[in-house]
Design a protein around this ligand. Sequence first.
Ligand code: C2E
Ligand code: MG
Ligand code: MG
Ligand code: MG
Length: 282
Amino acid sequence: RAKELGKARSVAFDPAMRGTTVTPLDVETDLRRALERHEMVLNYQPIVSLSDGRIRGFEALARWHHAERGDIPPSEFIPLAEETGMIVELGQWVLRNACAQMVEWNRDFTDQGPFEISVNLSGRQFTQLDLVRMVTNSLEGTGLQANCLKLEITESALMENAQRSAQMLRHLKELDIKVCVDDFGTGYSSLSYLHTFPIDTLKIDKSFVQDMGRNRHNLEIVRTIALLAQNLRLDVIAEGVETPEQLAQLRAIGCGYAQGFLFSRPLTTENVRRLLAENRVW
Ligand code: C2E
Ligand code: MG
Ligand code: MG
Ligand code: MG
């Protein structure tokens, strides 16, 4: 079974699990316990508006501090959660927590907000029939204003079944929330479909952003996506911004928003409070 789960995915489990069998049930139990034991936490990475250098919102990113195995990155546990079906419960927990957190920050830092909170949805969550109800429950349960919530769905997940995606997006948009296409540029979107999707934001994949300085083609790709967004009246976020040179290029291109280690790594809630108290402008 370990082999079936794939090499990359079994890495984090390997040292402790060597000689034992990784069954889907183990992973499921582990993930369930992680939520119960508060091993799972959310970090928040600021998204900065390049027009005024202020924080527009945050992306919630799940972190698993496993009691025995140490930190397990989302690139490993999200696919496992998807395989076991635990993604539904995990996703619900993420959404609910992120919304509640944003209500708190929007209340305590009214002078800077209201901020948006971006929450990632995996492909499997996006096809979940009761996704709309789950989102409604999270908004109603926490009191977060719908237009402060943005759901991120990768371009590949969106294009897997374009027709069904369009329908799901329409239902979500009826709630008045926002939608962002994540990792844009890596998923073979049909441009003829793109304008039929009710989306608000394109997030340029970090692979293009990080290579802009060295690779002229990638600079042109970033420029083209920014232009496309502008023509479709969408916001555009560059992810993975690490250097002042990249920031300068993005400003020159006219990219509206940026996110990356240059501004801030994903932060614990305490550190976000500290950052907001500083009222930082980039
Ligand atoms: P993503 O949604 O594309 O998130 C951006 C990733 O880029 C994050 O990795 C973030 O830490 C990283 N990042 C941000 N700025 C920089 C930078 O300047 N340089 C570099 N090298 N990396 C940067 P992370 O947190 O490891 O998450 C990886 C992926 O796991 C996410 O990609 C997302 O697809 C998934 N993920 C994370 N949390 C959740 C969650 O709560 N639910 C779901 N469904 N997926 C999640
Ligand atoms: Mg994302
Ligand atoms: Mg991304
Ligand atoms: Mg990604």
